[in-house]
Design a protein around this ligand. Sequence first.
Ligand code: UDP
Length: 478
Amino acid sequence: MANKPHAALLASPGMGHLIPAIELAKRLHTHHDFLVTVFVVTTDSSTARSLILKSTSNLPSLNIVIFPPVDVSTELGPNPPLEARMNFTMIRSLPLLHSSILSMNPRPIVLIVDIFGTLAFPMAREFRMLTYVLFTCNAWFAAATIYLPVIDKEMEDRHVNHREPLRIPGCKPVPFEDTLEPFLRRGGWMYEGFLKAAQDIISADGILVNTWQDLEPTTVKALMDKDILGGITKGPVYFVGPLVRSIDSKANHKDEVLRWLDDQPMESVIYVSFGSGGTLSAAQITELAWGLELSEQRFVWVVRPPKEEDASGSFFDVVKGREECMDYLPEGFARRNHGVGWVVPMWAPQAEILGHPSVGGFVTHCGWNSTLESVVHGVAMVAWPLYAEQKMNACMLSAELEVAVRMKGPEGAAVPREEIGKVVRRVMREKEGKTMRGRARELMLSAEKSLSQLGASHQSLCRMTRHCLNHQMNGKVC
Ligand code: UDP
C-alpha cells in the first residue's frame, strides 16, 4: 500500500473541468494502481457534489475533497468576466490546497491541474511533486496554446491585424473567424493571463490531452515530434482520451426524460443543450423554439432563462432557477409540442441521453466534453459554438471530422428560425445526417480501441505512471 504512487488532481470551477478530472482519477486508480485525491474548486457545490456521488459511488477509495465555494465579489464586483472569476477563485483556493497537501500521508508525488490551475505549480515544486497539466480539450487547442509563447508578437500582426489564419507547425491553421477570444486582445489582461498559463504549461513535467491519436493524427504527430512542436514542451505529451463518463445502464432510478426516450423510435430525437454554462438571448430562445417546431422533429431541449450579454451565463451556477416557470418560451409552445418534445429546465442527464438509442442528433455549443460524449455514442451534431475555444471545436467537427453541420447566422443577431429548422432536418432526415452518424460510429470504435489494454491511450497512461514511479523511487518527494 505504501508503495503505491499518490496522484493529486486539482479541478477548477466548471463541470467541463470536473468531469474529465474525475474520469482521469478513476482511470489512474482502477487501471494504474494509483492512490488518488481530487481537489475540487467549485462555485456550485451542490451540482458538483451530486455529479461526483453519481460517478464515483462504486469507487469509495477515491479521495475527493470539495473546497468550500469562495466569494470573489469583493475583489471583482458583480458580473466579472468568466476568466477573471476563474483566476481569482483559483488564487483564493491555493492556501487550502497547500494545507491539505501538507497534511497528507503519503504525500502526492504528482499534481495534475487543468489550464486554470497552473498557479499551483510553485507550490507543487516546493513539495518536490511532479507538475502535470490536463488539457480538458483537444490536441489542436493544446497545440495553439503551446505555440503561443513562440509566436506571441508575430501573431498580432499577421493573425489579428491582417486576419491571416494562425499557422501552427505541423497542424491545420486556425481560421481567423474561429480563433480564440484571448488572441484578439494582445496586451489585455485576458491575453496576458493566457500567455502566462501557456508558459507554465510548457514548463510542466508532463502534459495530458483528452483526445486520442486516431481522432487527431496530424496534430498528435506534431506535438510528439521534437522537430515540430514536441521540442517546445519540457515534458512529454500524452494522449489519454477520451475521458468520458460511462453510463450506468442498471441504475435503479431512471430519469423521466429517459423513460420518455424509451418510447421514441430509434435515432428520431435531437438533443439540444449548450453545456453547463451556455445561455442564449431572449430573441435567440424564441427563434430556437420556433425552429424546433418548424423542423417537425422530436426533441429534448435543456432550457435556461435568457441572458442578453453573456453566452456563458450559467457557468458558475447551473442550479439557480431550476424550478422556475419557463415563461420565456413562446406562448403555447408546451401545448403544441406535447408528445413531440421534452423540455428540461437547467440540467439534464446528458451522457445517458446521448447514449440512448432514440437520440440521433445533438445541437451543441461544442464544449469538448459534450463533443466527446456525442462521438462515443455515434451521434451527429449541429455545431453552435458560443464562447471560449468552442469555435475551433466547431471548425474541427464540421470541416475536418465531418460529424457536424455548422449553424451559421447573421453577425450579432439571432439565428433565424427557418435556418434552425433547416439545419435540424439536414441532420435528422437527410442522407448527410446518416453519413455523419456513420462517421461518428467509426470514431467511436477507434476510441474504444485506444482505451483497450494495448491501445494508444491506455499505453500513454502506462508511460505516465512509469514517469511518476521513477520520480518516487528516486526519493524526490519531500
Ligand atoms: N452536462 C450535463 N447536463 C447538462 C449540461 C451539461 O450532464 O444539462 C455535462 C455534459 O455532459 C458535459 C459537461 O456537463 O460532460 C459540460 O462540459 P463541456 O465541455 O461540454 O462544456 P462546458 O460546460 O465546459 O462549456
